[in-house]
Design a binder for this molecule. Sequence first.
Ligand SMILES: [Zn+2]
Length: 199
Amino acid sequence: MNELPIDILVNKKNLLPRNYCPKNLVVTDQNENNFHKYKDPNLKPMVRADIYPYIQLMINDAKRDGVEFIIDSGYRSYNYQQVLLDNLIKEKGAEAYTLIALPGSSEHQTGLAIDIAYYHNGVYDDNVKGEDKEAIWLANNSYKYGFILRYPKDKENITGFQYEPWHFRFVGLKLAEKLYKTNMTLDEYYSKKINNTLV
Ligand SMILES: [Zn+2]
């Protein structure tokens, strides 16, 4: 399989194959205290190499605005997503299916999606809420760096995912701006494209 286009649609109806892995992943240096508790430093969050410069620029510009966050999670393999799901099923039962993406339906497998976290008063926190200044900054500015808030509030029925104020997806500068300015999800964009009703 070739490298996926940056505007690839991945959701519960458009699954990635089990064996798909991006070829050009880079290890980010953004997370010393991550939720996955990686022991091996090589297992720090990874993203596709072609999007990392945009992330770095976004992080630096945010800092200038007094907003600091880190990458909490980047690329995840199909199998790792399965492990996360299995663990959550043990903890929460069937509810797990509504809380975490099924393997193949997670954008994290593309290497184009990141979850963010931050330190508040020196304490690591991945419980990101929509009203946090970091989430607000990202929701309003991430499009300038090619990212979209992928699972917005009130669009759960369209995206098939709960509101996730921490999850951002790279789609490229042009498309990110278009989606931001028209308040459209990637799923809506694709269905309009298919139906030829895109303006
Ligand atoms: Zn995510």
